[in-house]
Design a protein around this ligand. Structure first.
Ligand SMILES: NC(=O)c1ccc[n+]([C@@H]2O[C@H](COP(=O)([O-])OP(=O)(O)OC[C@H]3O[C@@H](n4cnc5c(N)ncnc54)[C@H](O)[C@@H]3O)[C@@H](O)[C@H]2O)c1
Length: 261
């Protein structure tokens, strides 16, 4: 029998924060949360895109807010968490998604600037986010759930992606340590590790969608295609919901079989 009931009814009326919500996976996760009835605060650097996504969220009949800033700026991170919590008094969910890629840089050519840029956004950004989110969630009667966006590059690597792979391996380390720290508090912390996903990042990674690069990307996924941002959003929704109530410190790979090879 067809049903219009939301798949994850336990998210309705709760507050979620999505970092890097202005595009790609973050935008789709924010819209999926809104479809489930959650109030959603998104962060990002781009004002126009952020306001546009906030308007898309609001059209779903929930509260929405865009907080502009740099994920490496602790003041911005703390402010976004505070604004999210202020919506209802309780922050229940956070998706730490903001990230940057770096490819085609062999170890012999890597620079300190590249290292600091990627590590600051991908690792420090997640660390600062969890620091303030966990403080905000402390004492939540209904617990909470945090999901960090890692990557298959958190478990494997390819030539030329050393700094990016190091940053995503670090995200998994942060995820596991924090999950253990709060394991008895009712707050669960997990990671999602996408394979190649059709987003602005994939556009850049394939040199502006060059056919040879796209074909190679497709061939690396046993399922026969790259993924869609909404397929990552669904995994994030599962990790937020009570359907995953016994899952913490986990790395959920959503990669079309990439890492099974
Ligand atoms: N697309 C893929 O193939 C893929 C695969 C594995 C993991 N990921 C991860 O998914 C996440 C989202 O990427 P996406 O594919 O949606 O690409 P995207 O480029 O569309 O999204 C990245 C988001 O992070 C934000 N961001 C980047 N640097 C920031 C900074 N300094 N401060 C604040 N926000 C910042 C961007 O504004 C954007 O909203 C990233 O963490 C990425 O590493 C993507």
């Amino acid at each position: 029998m067809a049903t219009t009931a939301p798949i994850f009814p336990d998210l309705a009326g709760k507050v979620a924060l999505v970092t890097g919500g202005t595009s790609g996976i973050g935008r789709h996760a924010a819209l999926a949360l809104a479809d489930a009835g959650a109030h959603v605060v998104i962060t990002g650097r781009r004002e126009k895109e952020g306001q546009a996504v906030a308007a898309e969220i609001a059209r779903r009949g929930v509260e929405s807010l865009f907080v502009q800033g740099e994920i490496t700026d602790e003041k911005h991170v703390a402010d976004a968490v505070a604004q999210a919590k202020a919506l209802t008094g309780t922050l229940s969910f956070a998706f730490n998604n903001a990230g940057v890629e770096l490819a085609n840089v062999p170890t012999t050519e890597a620079t300190s600037e590249q290292y600091h840029k990627v590590m600051d956004v991908n690792v420090l950004g997640v660390l600062l986010s969890m620091k303030h989110q966990l403080r905000a969630m402390a004492g939540n009667a209904g617990g909470g759930s945090i999901v960090n966006n890692a990557s298959i590059a958190g478990s494997i690597a390819m030539g030329g992606v050393g700094i990016y792979a190091a940053s995503k391996h670090a995200v998994l380390g942060l995820t596991k340590a924090a999950a253990l720290e709060v394991s008895k508090s009712g707050v669960r912390i997990n990671a999602v590790s996408p394979g190649g996903i059709d987003s602005e990042m994939l556009d850049r990674f394939t040199g502006g969608r060059q056919q040879a690069a796209l074909d190679w990307m497709t061939s690396m996924h046993p399922i026969g295609r790259v993924g869609k941002p909404e397929e990552i959003a669904k995994a994030v929704m599962f990790l937020f919901s009570s359907a995953s109530s016994f899952v913490t410190g986990h790395d959920l790979k959503v990669d079309g079989g990439f890492t099974a090879q």
